[in-house]
Design a protein around this ligand. Structure first.
Ligand SMILES: [Fe+2]
Length: 461
């Protein structure tokens, strides 16, 4: 049975050059994300789920060293043999690793050491790509592409993690400047319902539509049945969520899943992770520091439990409202692509996603932006599913029919996490633009909320 993951064939010479350029571009992007951070910012681990920036920079480098250079670069010698232990994340088939919650306790290697490690590995990678003449060109290309996708995943984690680190500071330091705020009369807050007919629909990665790469967990493509449903024309906003809070949402046990209620009472959660109340006003912490809450922007940093409780509360206004299923979201997004005459690959890159080069140039913080204005045409609303916040779905992160993980250590990348987690769709303002796909299956446990996560409501007809 063939692997569900697209494996690139040996590239012709011009695409080999393209791969090298892509390698250099994406690797530089990780460093660019750190250009407004000081050394001290980059060594802190504020909770077990958060990794220090320094660790992200080292781990993504180790990925190329361990999976490509050690196998294919003749005569390659480790930059530092201890790094196999320090920068392995969870690949037990490779070896043991440093205890994750203690990543922030390492003053050595220094940040300068890690930068030198990156330069060493990058030079070796470029030499390999320039000089390799063996018969493993296809395998190198496959692993290189996975390594770059992996690096982009960590670019998003670098932003979510540094945000959590800086949020521990009572003076809420900013890494970037705040984006301009919309004028008062620009109201994107009215929610409409878009109808989708469903039927027997296709779910999962399609190389013709989604581009040349997908992780193993995005396939195989398969059919699934959807009854007709509505999807909201925009994500739930801060203003919507504030009404839920003011209506006593966090104190009403009837709205919550049992595990969710246990979590919010044990942790005393009464608002989204980065909301701060001062003198009767709500503020929100972001990479632009502490800013007045923007009621029209999508609500972010919610756990699944909070998203689910909101949907339960909103049923009073819209009977039958709920979180979307994974298949509903993807089908709706593919319908939007068809409606726009666009390939899914392009459609996935529309929306408020991360552009690292622009961020470095203008220094304006990536942040969720107000949803599509109410008067905008229906077709535009249907193009707005991607970006801003990852949308929680009610679908368990479980294997698609016929799923098989990759062979070797990369088989540990996705498949072994298929229990106790929910699927999120759509990418966020922290997701590198060309990393997003309609078939992408992000996943987190239901209590996770340090990621850029929000929700878009669905509704039964
Ligand atoms: Fe990783």
């Amino acid at each position: 049975m063939p692997s569900p993951v697209p494996m690139t064939a040996a590239p012709p010479p011009q695409s080999w050059t393209h791969l090298k350029e892509n390698y250099q571009h994406i690797r530089q992007g990780s460093l660019d994300l750190t250009h407004t951070m000081c050394v001290e910012d980059q060594i802190i681990q504020s909770m077990p789920d958060v990794s220090p920036t320094k660790w992200h920079l080292g781990h993504t480098t180790w990925f190329f060293e361990r999976l490509i250079l050690k196998s294919f670069a003749s005569g390659y010698e480790d930059f530092d043999p201890n790094f196999d232990y320090l920068f392995n994340s969870y690949y037990y088939t490779i070896g043991q690793m440093h205890f994750r919650p203690n990543r922030g306790l390492l003053s050595r290697p220094t940040l300068a050491d890690v930068h030198a490690y990156r330069a060493f590995v990058d030079a070796a990678m470029v030499t390999l790509l320039d000089q390799y003449s063996g018969d493993a060109v296809g395998e190198i290309a496959d692993k290189l592409i996975i390594g770059l996708q992996h690096e982009q995943q960590h670019q998003e984690l670098m932003l979510t993690d540094i945000k959590h680190v800086l949020a521990q500071n009572p003076f809420f330091p900013a890494l970037f400047t705040a984006p301009p705020r919309p004028s008062e009369d620009e109201d994107g807050s009215i929610l409409d319902w878009l109808r989708f007919e469903g039927g027997l629909v296709s779910l999962g990665y399609d190389a013709d539509e989604d581009g040349p790469f997908a992780y193993d967990n995005e396939g195989p493509a398969h059919k699934t049945w959807l009854d007709p449903f509505y999807l909201a024309s925009r994500p739930v906003t801060n203003g919507d969520y504030r009404r839920f809070i003011e209506d006593g949402g966090y104190a009403d046990v009837r709205l919550w899943l049992s595990d969710g209620w246990a979590k919010i009472t044990a942790e005393n959660w009464t608002h989204p992770l980065y909301w701060v109340r001062e003198e009767g006003q709500w503020f929100e912490f972001g990479l632009d520091g502490l800013q007045p809450l923007n009621p029209d922007a999508p609500v972010s940093h919610l756990s699944y439990y909070e998203a689910q409780a909101f949907a339960h509360w909103a049923d009073r206004m819209w009977p039958g409202v709920r979180l979307p299923r994974e298949a509903e979201w993807e089908y709706a997004a593919r319908q939007a692509a068809q409606h726009a005459g666009d390939r899914a690959e392009n459609q996935a890159q529309h929306g408020n996603l991360l552009d690292i080069q622009r961020l470095k140039q203008d220094g304006i913080a990536p942040t969720p932006r107000p949803a599509v204005a109410a008067e905008t045409a229906d077709s535009a609303k249907r193009q707005s599913l991607c970006g801003n916040v990852w949308c929680w779905t009610q679908s368990a992160y479980s294997p698609y029919p016929g799923f098989r993980p990759l062979e070797g250590p990369l088989g540990e990348y996705n498949g072994k996490f298929m229990s106790g987690q929910l699927v999120l769709k759509g990418g966020s303002c922290y997701t590198p633009r060309d990393h997003n796909r309609l078939s992408y299956r992000n996943f987190f446990p239901p209590d996770a909320r340090w990621q850029m996560t929000g929700l878009r409501l669905a509704r039964d007809l």
